[in-house]
Design a protein around this ligand. Structure first.
Ligand code: MEV
Length: 296
């Protein structure tokens, strides 16, 4: 059995697609498990419903991994369990891709480095998403906070001082592929303006990288909120996400932002004090779920 964690992007979603730096962290409490068994033919079982399109995507992905490993016997049964909400900014597809790459390579006794797992999962992500930056598969394959720039060597980030995040789910699903395409259309129409927004996010991510290393929690929170304000400007937030962010901030959070593609999914809240109050207020404001994760 192989396990892959989930993730959140703490700084720089969307701008990362345009070559700007971003920071992502693994979340251990939400994960995908994959168990491979011998079978008469290729078979996929999962604890959540897969439509025909998803079944076919998964078959393509499994074939891609088997081909990469140069394995001729393709008759395996693939059993998937996951507690990661899908299409919610938590990297459910990248987690599945990494768990598949790990479990198939383990089953056939082929050792893959985190780089190879990440690279294989990236090819799978392209089947799911079209034009992924690669940050999701990277942070999940390394299982460490990363400072990521597309096409450059990934750097892991040391957490100077542990901090607690509350992750609140709007309960609304959204398609990363569609939102990334919408942003691309807007970018093509307003290149100058969007370059300005993406450079702004790059600047925030650079400051955050230092703040995280130095354990400057107050500044991390402030930068998270600033990042959310730019994400609003590029039109990937929603009234539900904004409502949860404002609820967290008015109840004493040090910072809050949407995480992932947006228009649904989750927000991350940096909660130094008032954790229980903020959680209760988020639930009252309509969050479908709130989980807590210590980042260390
Ligand atoms: C998705 O988790 C984050 C985006 O930046 C897309 C990507 O990086 O591939 C929206």
């Amino acid at each position: 059995m192989s396990v892959a964690c989930s993730k959140i992007i703490l700084f720089g979603e969307h701008s990362v697609v345009y070559g700007k730096p971003a920071i992502a962290i693994p979340l251990k409490s939400l994960f995908t498990e994959v168990r491979i068994e011998n079978s008469e033919n290729i078979e996929i079982n999962s604890d959540y419903e897969l439509n025909i399109n998803e079944q076919n995507n998964l078959k393509n992905i499994i074939n891609l991994i088997l081909n990469y490993l140069d394995i001729k016997n393709k008759n395996i049964s693939v059993n998937i369990n996951s507690n990661i909400p899908v299409a919610s900014g938590m990297g459910s597809s990248a987690s599945l891709s990494v768990a598949l790459a790990k479990s198939v390579s383990d089953y056939f006794h082929k050792e893959l480095s985190p780089e190879e797992i990440s690279m294989t999962a990236y090819k799978c992500e392209k089947i799911f998403h079209g034009m992924p930056s690669g940050i999701d598969n990277t942070v999940i394959a390394y299982e460490k906070p990363v400072y990521f720039v597309k096409g450059k060597k990934t750097e892991t980030v040391k957490i100077g001082k542990p901090f607690t995040l509350l992750i609140a789910d709007t309960g609304i699903v959204s398609s990363t592929k569609e939102i990334v395409l919408d942003v691309k259309k807007e970018y093509e129409k307003n290149k100058g303006l969007y370059e300005k927004y993406f450079n702004g996010m790059a600047d925030i991510a650079e400051q955050a990288r230092i703040a995280i290393k130095e354990g400057n929690i107050k500044l991390i929170g402030k930068l998270m909120t600033e990042n959310h304000r730019v994400l609003q400007k590029i039109k990937v937030s929603s009234s539900e996400l904004d409502n949860l962010v404002e609820t967290a901030l008015t109840n004493g959070a040090s910072g809050a932002k949407l995480v992932g593609a947006g228009r649904g999914g989750n927000i991350a809240v940096l909660a130094e004090n008032n954790k229980n109050k903020i959680r209760n207020e988020l639930l009252k404001a309509g969050a479908a779920d709130v989980i807590e994760e210590l980042i260390e």
